[in-house]
Design a protein around this ligand. Sequence first.
Ligand SMILES: *[C@@H]1O[C@H](CO)[C@@H](O)[C@H](O)[C@H]1NC(C)=O
Ligand SMILES: *[C@@H]1O[C@H](CO)[C@@H](O)[C@H](O)[C@H]1NC(C)=O
Ligand SMILES: *[C@@H]1O[C@H](CO)[C@@H](O)[C@H](O)[C@H]1NC(C)=O
Ligand SMILES: *[C@@H]1O[C@H](CO)[C@@H](O)[C@H](O)[C@H]1NC(C)=O
Ligand SMILES: *[C@@H]1O[C@H](CO)[C@@H](O)[C@H](O)[C@H]1NC(C)=O
Ligand SMILES: *[C@@H]1O[C@H](CO)[C@@H](O)[C@H](O)[C@H]1NC(C)=O
Length: 613
Amino acid sequence: MLVWTVCAALIVCGVLLRHPYLFQDVQYVLAKIKRRRFVLKCMQTNYSILDRFLDLVKTQPQKTLIYFKDEMFTYREADVLSNRAARAFLQAGCVKEGDVVALFLGNQPMFLWLWLGLLKIGCPGALLNSNIRSKSLLHCLNCSGATTLVASEELLDAVKEVLPHLHEQQITVFILADRCETAGVESFIDKMNQASSEPISKELRSHLTMQSPAAYIYTSGTTGLPKAAVVTYSKVWNFSLLLATTGVNSKDVIYDTLPLYHSTGLFVFTGAVERGIPVVLRSKFSASQFWDDCRKYNVTVIQYIGEIMRYLCNTPQKLSDKNHKVRLAVGNGIRADVWRDFVRRFGEIQIREFYGATEGNFALLNYSSKMGALGRHTFLHKMFFPYAVIKYDADKGEPLRDSSGFCMEVEKGEPGLLVTEITAKAPFTGYVTDLNQTEKKKLHNVFKKGDLYFNTGDLLRIDEDNFMYFHDRVGDTFRWKGENVATAEVADILVLTDCVKEANVYGVKVPGQEGRAGMAAVTLMDGLKFDSTVVFKHVEDFLPSYARPRFLRIQRSLDITGTFKLIKTKAVEQGFNPNEITDPLYFLNEKERNYTPLTPDVFDSIVAGNIKI
Ligand SMILES: *[C@@H]1O[C@H](CO)[C@@H](O)[C@H](O)[C@H]1NC(C)=O
Ligand SMILES: *[C@@H]1O[C@H](CO)[C@@H](O)[C@H](O)[C@H]1NC(C)=O
Ligand SMILES: *[C@@H]1O[C@H](CO)[C@@H](O)[C@H](O)[C@H]1NC(C)=O
Ligand SMILES: *[C@@H]1O[C@H](CO)[C@@H](O)[C@H](O)[C@H]1NC(C)=O
Ligand SMILES: *[C@@H]1O[C@H](CO)[C@@H](O)[C@H](O)[C@H]1NC(C)=O
Ligand SMILES: *[C@@H]1O[C@H](CO)[C@@H](O)[C@H](O)[C@H]1NC(C)=O
């Protein structure tokens, strides 16, 4: 009750003082509190997203859940198919409640049937990025603790490449095909087709609580190879309710083009299930097909990341640009100039920008009419959802502390590190089997002895009017093509080649591009020359395309700080301009499938957008 009284009093003050945003601020915090209550109720009654799905199967069996290419699946069909998937797992005898099963496939309805099937038998799915190969693939599998792997037929070669290791670790391997000739790999589709579609007994997931894992989602974290973040059922709720908060209702149709193995894609699906609405799924985002799809399926809500909005704005203008039913766009990373172009071209679409990390314990949402802002910094929001934006030392890569060892909040307008308090209400569930990494994301004694915060790794800025803006990510990861790239992971791969001795990897700004392009400053082994062909082949074999360094800089020695942490700030500032850097520079030449010299001419073409990187 106190909450409501305080809010009512604040609204009255706001009206009296003509505070322009107070009403929205209060409304937002109230909506967030309401959402929190809903989740708490689900936690008390063990009501999961799966229960919600099963309720909808009863109340609206004929409503479409998935549109995919020319196929459609109703809620009832989704139920039947996921029952079959669950039974195929059980009958194969390789999984029981609590076992982790790794899914290795791109966006397709089968992804969802497998995941729902696993939930029905109390097993979390480890959602592998379908771009990873060899060493990364083994690492990701290993850190999930999965005992079974299911891969799509297209990825059979990637599986074969690591098969001896999988067998060594006694992992059962299935391929999504009717039959399979490869020894040690079993087919799965035939097993599913033969399995009964009868409902799965609740007994089979009797140990589930809202704290149980529903999925493991891989994130780059801040250092090293990808880490599996634990996504509990309570977290699935917390993220799924975002669509409800942005005003998505039961008549909407949502378009999901982002990978289901990332939280961005998966939570659009679970959010749609929470709302009971159809999802138009695409195997891959396509700028040229985007609006045709929206028209074909009567899409009303789209989901975006900054890159998507930019690609859409870069397509040639068409007369039909405003001919669609899309009314809402939900996502993150749109820039103010792109936002302006987007609305001018495609019509009055409301844009709801949000902020939140898979493993984070906090989210922000732009609920006011401020272009480019992520959310609002208010006393009320802070009181209920404690966070702070603190001073950060970019060279040392850690927060600045005052003489008594505590962190300091930044001044208005100055970028700082967003940290969010870890409490029982906002827990940090950490990474699977990687306690050190989990520890690294925690900050102790931030404002007083004994307090504990989650380090988001994101720099934010708060303006005079208390709007919050995204500024950058801190040193150890950067974003490119909508993916987070962990610099240490790329460096680890580069030094595996014969000629590279050390590598310092960072992201550089490229005019006209979202995020940062990967660049590596490397030193060479004594007496060896830079072998561009070998390095290219190696990078292509071991890294997904978004993580491959676009630029290489050959140095005699790498800059090192007193603490032996590589100085990146200077290199980052110097960028990839051959007119300013005397070291030999190379760029990743897709056409010639090699690293070729980055001359001033090439540089100009890249900046002008004539060479695609
Ligand atoms: C989800 O939100 C509820 C309510 O705010 C909270 O109690 C719960 O701990 C949250 N779960 C996670 C994993 O963040
Ligand atoms: C929720 O599940 C847990 C663990 O199975 C159980 O102890 C608890 O009683 C359940 N709560 C309700 C309301 O069913
Ligand atoms: C998997 O992890 C175990 C220890 O958890 C380790 O001994 C093994 O070498 C790892 N395998 C791979 C391929 O990383
Ligand atoms: C889209 O809406 C039109 C007109 O309301 C309708 O005829 C058509 O069947 C709808 N398409 C889908 C895929 O629901
Ligand atoms: C923030 O929300 C307002 C209100 O819906 C909207 O008009 C504006 O476009 C949004 N801005 C961004 C960048 O998300
Ligand atoms: C965790 O860190 C400690 C001390 O820094 C180290 O000894 C240990 O090997 C690390 N464990 C793993 C699994 O990396």
